[in-house]
Ligand binder design. Sequence first.
Ligand code: SF4
Ligand SMILES: [Zn+2]
Length: 325
Amino acid sequence: MLAPIKPLASWKGQDRYFGKVVPSLTGIFLSGGCSWNRCRMCGYKNDRNSCISREELITHMNAQIAWVAKNNAAGDYTLGKIFTSGSVFDPHEIPCEMLDSFGNLFAGKSVIAESRAEYVTEDALLRFLDSLDQGQPHPLTVAIGLETTNDGIREKSIDKGFSFEDFIRATEVCHDAGVGVKTYLLMKPLFLTEHEAMEDMQKSIAEVIPYADMISMNLCTVQGRTDLEQYWQRGAFRPPYLWSAVKVLLDAEVPVSCDPVGGGFRRGPHNCGACDHRIVAAINEYSLSADKSVLQRVWDAECSCRKEWEFVLDYEQSWNMPLTK
Ligand code: SF4
Ligand SMILES: [Zn+2]
């Protein structure tokens, strides 16, 4: 066993989990890297430990888990969030022995683990639960990046490589095993106008409600070394307006969480610069409290850039994507 190694990132915070605000510990672990490795907006796929053997990968990942255990008192949090540069349940990326190590690290607590839909199997879930589950409520939730319920947008604008049907199958496997489902949706992938992006998000939230225990909306950011970045550098992409995010959250029938990463910066969701900070703060506060009055206040406060956003919604034209080859 190697000496403890710091994961890519690790921090404590608070999260809303099955309707309660709980102290959380998030770890982003360096793994073998995403096997799919194609999504147009994704920069995480560049984080990979792919030149080493399976045994070395296990040793290296266990060293990261040891670091987390050493640097965080177990009593400080009740929810562990595991992210890798891909899927926790992909056996090529993360050898299945690691599920035992993660389960032992978080035994008796709740865990959210991120995975693509196709790796969600009964075997993997039960193996994880074996060490994790000590009778606590909601021991495990799988977070799946569905991004949108529209298969065409998921294929053309994201290149995600799985369908809404695949996602539904994964949610059934989870629920049959007593495991929760958190769904990530992506606001404004490539090639959508602001208006199309809002419509897609509103439709996706409505359509995913029957399958998800929690919904989280990610606002598209421009990450380095991605397809999306190349379009953005040529002026062919603008991240979503924060106004769009507020409107979608206000209209949603269920609480939808949102962490506006990069909010107010050119590469992240932004408005005019003057109103961004307070809107980002309101979205973060709403994500924890689910109190819509926080959002309503920033919506009612307006700003001169609201007119610009409304103009964009009315006049932005969509790109033409051919349906045939
Ligand atoms: S978004 Fe997820 S599935 Fe897509 S390339 Fe990135 S890590 Fe892989
Ligand atoms: Zn503004």
